[in-house]
Design a binder for this molecule. Structure first.
Ligand code: SF4
Length: 226
């Protein structure tokens, strides 16, 4: 387990209201039913949200149910999700995940995750092929409002630049460290606000530090960090 940097808790306390002031505090809402969210999140891996949405809609239009997706020839699923990219990997992953749910639970339903202890729920999801810590946390947070903090590429970058976590922390370590220092009711709004910040201001190649509200708390800006 990675150890956090001294002062990280104070820093997250300081930046939270600045993010709220800049982006507004998002309220949790269920985006999709659990199995839909799992499939949508597998589709989102290494692609833009526009392409992910296109692929998800095409999949829902092409097949009447998740059972039909599971039983279809893999080439048909692959063709439907082509807009998401890596369809040769994602199609069998989706089918294998659906088959594993049916095998273990007897039905294509993930509602049991709503009450399972959150660590067990994460571990259960991560046993599905192609489901890593981010995908598992998204399913738990977005569909059940369970206390899991998904770390995508934007959040990973910002957390290290600001100095919320040590510079060489992995995404998985970053998830654990942030979960330990943020109140669970803030996981959802913080996740959404940091992604917006990463898309609009703390962009990967050329961060727009001159207009960033987090300057005073940022190691990168102060010349101290990653
Ligand atoms: S000051 Fe720059 S590096 Fe730091 S969070 Fe803002 S945009 Fe990112």
């Amino acid at each position: 387990m990675a150890r956090n940097v001294p002062g990280a808790c104070e820093k997250v306390e300081a930046i939270y209201p600045l993010l709220v002031e800049t982006y507004g505090e998002p309220q949790w809402r269920r985006w999709l039913p659990p199995v839909d969210q799992l499939v949508a999140t597998i589709l989102s891996q290494q692609t833009s949200s526009v392409n992910q949405r296109r692929a998800f809609e095409a999949l829902r239009e092409r097949f009447p149910s998740w059972e039909a997706v599971m039983e279809a020839p893999v080439e048909d699923v692959q063709a439907a999700i082509y807009p998401a990219g890596l369809s040769g990997q994602k199609a069998p992953r989706i089918q294998e995940a659906l088959r594993a749910i049916l095998r273990e639970r007897g039905e294509l339903n993930l509602d049991f995750l709503a009450t399972m202890p959150v660590d067990e729920a994460q571990a259960w999801l991560r046993r599905l092929k192609g489901v890593g810590p981010k995908t598992a946390a998204i399913v738990l947070l977005f569909t059940f409002h369970r206390p899991a903090f998904p770390v995508d590429t934007h959040i990973h970058r910002i957390a290290r630049r600001v100095g919320l976590v040590p510079p060489h922390s992995s995404a998985e370590q970053t998830q654990k460290l942030i979960e330990a220092m943020v109140e669970p009711e803030r996981y959802y709004p913080l996740h959404i606000m940091l992604i917006q910040h990463g898309r609009e201001i703390c962009i990967a190649r050329d961060p727009r530090c001159h207009i960033c509200p987090l300057q005073a708390h940022c190691d990168y800006y102060q010349g101290l960090g990653y």
